[in-house]
Design a protein around this ligand. Sequence first.
Ligand code: MLT
Length: 276
Amino acid sequence: MQHAINGVQMHWREAGTGDPLILLHGFPFNCELWEPQLNAVPDGWWYIAPDLRGFGKSEDSGSDALTMDRHADDILALMDHLGIDQAVIGGLSMGGYVALSLIMRYPDRVRALVLAATRASADSEEARRNRLEQAATVRKSGIKVVVDSMLPKLFSAHSKMKVPETVTRVRKMMDGTSAETMARALEGMAQRKDYSADLPNIGVSTLVLRGEQDEIIPAGDMEAIARTVRGARHEVISLAGHLPNVEAPDVFNKILTHYVTMLPPALKLGDLSLSF
Ligand code: MLT
């Protein structure tokens, strides 16, 4: 599917009908990252996986940083376009940064949160400097520097051995991302806010999911989210790395399906007045 959203053509994939779950991909991937989830939508659910601005088949214009707030605003506009008042928002890694921006700024639009392989903190000064240096290198010499440095860290040793075709598919996704999008996304992630202190304000059901052997997001970052968000459910997928949804899709889907299908019914606008 494709439509003009906030001035650019945005592309997304969707599957199923019913209650919406929006799945936000990480950096530097695209909506195809959610292929195993789009193939396993439970009855009564509508999964929507957008290509974030500049990624996959979504266009972009401009040359400034692709900030998490900008992506979140695009997702809000996509929800408006699709007639969705409230959705479950799921995000993996950079997609999780976008999900946090969305719930912190538009809490009424989020029914529940799924945070996978992500963190609430901002970059340290050193990480920020590294990102900006990487952005400059990508602009000058192309995307290889990012792909070559990230790919070995994305998968657990077990996954590299067991699902080599998934590693190839993910590499293809990364290779398809333009140098300009990568550079601007690196600049956007370097600017992201620190939401650690705001986590106790999250008032919706939250599922925190991580691969046991994630080399990119330290376990402590995810444990901090699980500890701080009230009532959060924390699941660790053994033998998986930074991309548990493609490394162990059956386990990931089982947890996700169980979680969404057990959520309390969505509140309709009229429900509030009826309860008084
Ligand atoms: C991602 O997978 O989205 C990135 O690893 C996030 C990051 O670089 O912070």
